[in-house]
Design a binder for this molecule. Structure first.
Ligand code: DAH
Length: 340
């Protein structure tokens, strides 16, 4: 009987391991432990054993039974785990959604040029100032020494808000605001939107952008202006860039000049892009701040002098990036903006 039990045990171990589902496992349990199960039947025969045999065989039977139940339980757990894994795999939910990826915006190239220009002047010790886009006629024209009959004051050139307010036609009134509230020395730049009654074409827009700069201190001369703008132009357009100061007229500066820069394509030799002149665009207007302006803004022209300059940002941006049409800067077409 002992031998029988041992054989049964190894047989049970083998079958349990070979079982692949719960049903089969249950069948095996019944085969051995059911009412007519092999082990149950053996147990029932115990009565026929001798008094010496009983405890020995009884012990083996109990051990076999415990071992069997143990093995059953283990296999059951294994099967359950395997079944769970299969089920999880089958019921897996795809939590990824197929939709267009989020598209990050791009800053307008104008904005980037403005920041670049500001950084450049900050590095030269200038402070960045601001002024309103709706400006007093007084600041936009009068205090800038612009006479009443000046053509820029005409209704056909300027957007009037009311009799004394306009959409500023340039950033120069910010000079006035700074001088009115601050004692020299002054070193300021200001970037921002400006407005003029212009029809839209490839290079004109009724709204455009300028940067204004002004330095007021004792003993500021034209030499300071020329040197400052030379440094600035080289940093903006490259070390090889040459400048040309042409006499000009602005009501708020005396003397005044316009500055041309050498052609970025031929570096001054002359090519088709610059009409074989060697010079490309007029970059900016500048001059020594007119004594009348200083006086009207509360600064004594016998003590202080200064220079000022102003330039269009749209054109610089277009030249820098080879943008052929100013409208592109304002249409907010993502296909355009994405390139910057
Ligand atoms: N405000 C002038 C314009 O819009 C540009 C300009 C010229 C600004 C000379 C200045 C300056 O500060 O000194 O055309």
């Amino acid at each position: 009987m002992e031998q029988q039990l041992r054989t049964m045990q190894s047989e049970m171990d083998r079958t349990i391991q070979s079982v692949t589902d719960m049903k089969e496992l249950d069948a095996i349990r019944i085969k051995y432990l059911g009412k007519k199960g092999e082990l149950t039947v053996l147990l029932k025969q115990m009565g026929k054993l001798s008094a010496e045999e009983k405890p020995v065989i009884g012990k083996i039977v109990n051990e076999t039974r415990a071992h069997f139940e143990d093995a059953l339980q283990k296999r059951q757990a294994e099967l359950k785990q395997a079944a769970d894994t299969v089920r999880l795999e089958k019921e897996r939910i795809d939590i990824t959604v197929d939709r267009p990826a989020f598209r990050l915006g791009h800053r307008n190239p104008l904005q980037k040029t403005m920041e670049e220009l500001e950084e450049l002047f900050i590095s030269m010790g200038y402070r960045v100032e601001e002024g309103p886009e709706v400006e007093l006629v007084e600041n936009n024209f009068d205090k800038l020494n612009t006479p009443l009959h000046h053509p820029s004051r005409d209704l056909s050139d300027t957007f009037y808000f009311s009799e004394n307010t306009v959409l500023r036609t340039h950033t120069s009134p910010v000079q006035v605001r700074v001088m009115m509230r601050q004692e020299p020395p002054i070193r300021m730049v200001c970037t921002g939107r400006t407005f003029r009654f212009d029809d839209v074409d490839d290079t004109h827009s009724p709204m455009f952008h300028q940067i204004e700069g002004m330095v007021i201190d004792k003993n500021i001369s034209m030499a300071n202006l020329i040197d400052t703008l030379n440094v600035f132009v080289k940093r903006l357009l490259g070390e090889h860039t040459k400048t040309r100061f042409r006499p000009h007229y602005f009501p708020f500066t005396e003397p005044s000049a316009e500055v041309d820069v050498s052609c970025p394509h031929c570096h001054g030799d002359g090519c088709a892009a610059c009409n074989f002149t060697g010079w490309s665009m007029e970059l900016l207007g500048c001059g020594m701040v007119h004594p009348n302006v200083l006086r009207m803004c509360g600064i004594d022209p016998d003590v202080y002098s200064g220079f000022a300059f102003g330039m269009g940002i749209d054109r610089i941006t277009m030249v820098k990036h080879g943008i052929p049409n100013i409208r592109l800067l304002y249409e907010n077409d993502q296909r355009f903006l994405e390139q910057f």
